[in-house]
Design a protein around this ligand. Sequence first.
Ligand SMILES: [Zn+2]
Ligand SMILES: [Zn+2]
Length: 130
Amino acid sequence: MYCRYCGKKLPANAAYCVDCGVQVPNGNKYCYNCGVQTKPEQDVCLKCGVSLTGKRISTPYAGDKDWLTTLLLAIFVGSLGVHRFYVGKIGTGIAMLFTLGGCGIWTLIDIIMIATGDFKDDMGRPLKKD
Ligand SMILES: [Zn+2]
Ligand SMILES: [Zn+2]
């Protein structure tokens, strides 16, 4: 999606624009879906056809996989890809198992991603953190 105020490309679940700081989806100068410039009074994007008034931005619903469990699995048995099996990423989990977590480097990257909240489950949903 794009910031409707400055047109900056944003991650799909962004709450605030990283560029201008405006709360998404405020603003009316750009289409949130394709980033094309729109007129403030425009109801529909002329390029991609989405409604610009409905604010139907789908925020990804929270996943059901526990963040702490995923993190602990990655730290203790991460080289076997167990945390990837846990979140449903079977394919990359097997790849990780056979490469022993890319000699540990891949596992380390995963641990950092989990710790910073960038790790998603197989549906692309954020991990449950409470
Ligand atoms: Zn912006
Ligand atoms: Zn558009």
